[in-house]
Design a protein around this ligand. Structure first.
Ligand code: ACO
Length: 397
């Protein structure tokens, strides 16, 4: 809508667009989405091709630099990320200060903000080299922090990153390994974790990425801007959806109760929805869900969990959604959160830590957008408002 605001603010016109549904605050060359056609491209490359032929770190390089790396560039990038993956002791102390039952997203947000304190003096957002090193630190330390939050909540000793392990292997070892013992990492699980990170790497101007851009537009420290993104991702309407999937499976409790819940989901007078089905942007299919489904099947078979009661409910729901007329007609396919929730549950990641994994994968997307913004002339973000309060009035004498 075009609103005449004369008399209340500076004379002129502006758009009133709740939720910014039709407003582009920036240009971007990073990610393209066509929800109707189920297309997601990073720098032009389809997500399913990246999931099949690439890996998380190579996709990070692509998002940050615009092109796929050569073999040497890929090796150097992975090496630098590894070199910068150890977390400063001051941040480890902050994590240890949290109560054992603190939410892992609260720990993660605080820890990333604390990285701003560790690196503030040497961070120069106008320097390409400084921005490169900050990317290594962020990508390198996110899985370390995710694992430290887990270990702290378990009351176990932290495990430092291991120079002999690849990115996802290191995450699994730091999370599920035992300090002082040599790492034993299951390759099927490591591949599935790498895919989870990769499939969450970027999704253009969603709420958390827009937050990072808006926050970063003030010229703030990049770790502080990323911490703002983490706060935004935490909400159930954004990164919390895969947690909601598992909570729903637990509420259903048994395959015998599925019909009742499916009937509730179809009932117009019942607010209940099947979590993990449908998507705001993808109306035919979510290209990430296909890849994630394959990874889920591989993980369940590797761990011999095909008959796990909770996962049996998930499998049955998936079948109903693909065959039932209501779900077909409304294009309600299982989404990426449905399958990533199943994989993380099978691997043993606590439900409340699912969003931390999402944040770990998404950190590169947030950073790529921040970097794209600060690498060119930009303005501080300053949305307008449609004022609906009182006109000027006098204080009662
Ligand atoms: N279960 C049952 N019915 C559903 C579901 C569901 N999960 N999702 C949508 N519907 C129905 C609605 O009742 C509506 O029916 P109507 O046309 O008879 O009124 C119709 O499908 C369209 O629903 P909308 O809410 O208009 O679709 P929208 O695109 O706005 O919502 C959303 C998408 C929010 C993802 C929705 O499908 C949902 O709530 N899904 C469950 C939660 C979930 O999994 N969220 C994570 C998705 S991933 C992400 O977006 C980050």
């Amino acid at each position: 809508d075009v609103i005449d605001v004369s008399g209340l603010t500076k004379k002129g016109f502006f758009t009133y667009d709740p939720g910014f549904m039709s407003t582009a605050p920036c240009e971007s060359k990073i990610t393209f989405i066509d929800g109707a056609k189920g297309v997601l491209l990073h720098r032009g490359y389809p997500i399913d091709q990246l999931a099949e032929h690439s890996d998380y770190l190579e996709t990070c390089y692509l998002l940050l630099n615009g092109e796929l790396p050569s073999k040497e560039q890929k090796a150097t990038f992975a090496d630098e990320v590894k070199k910068h993956s150890k977390v400063d002791d001051s941040v480890a102390q902050i994590i240890k200060g949290f109560s054992r039952n603190a939410h892992p997203m609260a720990i993660m947000g605080s820890a990333v903000n604390a990285l701003a304190a560790v690196y503030h003096e040497e961070t120069d957002i106008t320097s390409e080299e400084s921005r490169r090193v900050t990317a290594y630190r962020l990508i390198g330390q996110m899985p370390t922090l995710a694992a430290m939050a887990h270990k702290h909540r378990q009351g176990e000793e932290f495990i430092a990153p291991d120079a002999d392990l690849a990115y996802a292997e290191n995450y699994l070892n730091m999370t599920f390994g035992t300090a002082g013992q040599s790492p034993k990492v299951n390759q099927v699980l490591a591949k599935a974790m790498d895919r989870i990170f990769l499939l969450h790497a970027d999704h253009e101007q969603n709420a958390s990425t827009s937050t990072v851009r808006l926050s970063g537009s003030s010229g703030t420290n990049p770790f502080a801007a990323i911490a703002a993104g983490i706060a935004t991702l935490w909400g159930p309407a954004h990164g919390g959806a895969n947690e909601a999937v598992l909570n729903m499976l637990e509420e259903i409790g048994s395959v015998d109760n599925i019909d009742t819940y499916v009937a509730k989901a179809k009932d117009k007078n019942d607010p209940f929805r099947l979590m993990g089905f449908g998507h705001r942007v993808y109306k035919n299919f979510d290209p990430r869900a296909k890849v994630m489904k394959q990874a889920a099947d591989e993980v369940l078979s590797e761990l011999g969990l095909e008959n796990d009661p909770l996962l049996a409910i998930a499998k049955r729901l998936e079948k109903i959604a693909l065959e039932d007329e209501y779900f077909i007609q409304k294009k309600l396919y299982p989404n990426v959160d449905f399958y990533s929730g199943i994989i993380m549950k099978a691997i043993g990641i606590p439900t409340e830590a699912f969003t931390v994994i999402f944040a770990t994968g998404r950190a590169v997307g947030w950073y790529a957008h921040w970097q794209e913004m600060v690498s060119a002339p930009y303005k501080i973000g300053r949305p307008r408002q449609l004022y609906t309060g009182y006109s000027k009035r006098d204080y009662p004498a």
